[in-house]
Design a protein. Structure first.
Length: 150
C-alpha cells in the first residue's frame, strides 16, 4: 500500500523557504511604512502652509490656533484635516507662533512654525525617523530626532 502525502523533511523544507522569504520581506515592509509616514507628514505640512497663507490673506496675519484654522468664526475652514488632535499617520504636529504680533491687540502674528515629529508611542523609529518643520516661507526643512538640522 502506497502512502499519499508529504514527508516530514519535505514539510520542513517548505517551512524553511517561507521563513527565508518572510525574513527578506518584513524589513522592506517596515521601511516602506516609515517612508509612507514621512511622505504623508511632508504633504500635511504643505497643506498647512496653504491653510496658513489663506488665513493670513483673510485676517492679516498667521495663527498658532488649530481651532481657527479648522473652524473659523466665519466662512469655510482653512484646513480640511485635523492635525492638532494627536497622532496623524504616525506623526504629531505642533503649531507655534513665531515673530511679532501684527497689531498690539490681535492674536495674529507675522510668522508661524509647525513641527512634525514621529510619534513615540509605538517605540523609537516605529512611525518615522526624521523630524520636519515649516514656517511662513513654505520651505519644508528637516531635523534629526535630536532637533539638529540635517
Amino acid at each position: 500500500m502506497k502512502n499519499k502525502g508529504f514527508t516530514l523533511i519535505e514539510l520542513m523544507i517548505v517551512v524553511a523557504i517561507i521563513a527565508i522569504i518572510a525574513a527578506i520581506a518584513i524589513p522592506n515592509l517596515l521601511r516602506s511604512r516609515l517612508q509612507s509616514n514621512e511622505s504623508a507628514a511632508i504633504a500635511n505640512l504643505k497643506t498647512l502652509v496653504g491653510a496658513e497663507t489663506a488665513f493670513a490673506a483673510a485676517n492679516g496675519g498667521y495663527t498658532a490656533d488649530w481651532d481657527l484654522l479648522n473652524t473659523p468664526d466665519e466662512g469655510p475652514p482653512f484646513l480640511d484635516i485635523e492635525l492638532g488632535g494627536g497622532i496623524v499617520q504616525g506623526y504629531t504636529y505642533a503649531l507655534e507662533e513665531d515673530g511679532e504680533e501684527v497689531t498690539e491687540d490681535s492674536d495674529f502674528f507675522t510668522n508661524f512654525t509647525c513641527t512634525a515629529s514621529p510619534a513615540t508611542d509605538s517605540g523609537a523609529g516605529a512611525t518615522g525617523i526624521r523630524v520636519f518643520w515649516v514656517d511662513a516661507g513654505g520651505v519644508i526643512r528637516l531635523d534629526d530626532a535630536d532637533g539638529n538640522p540635517i
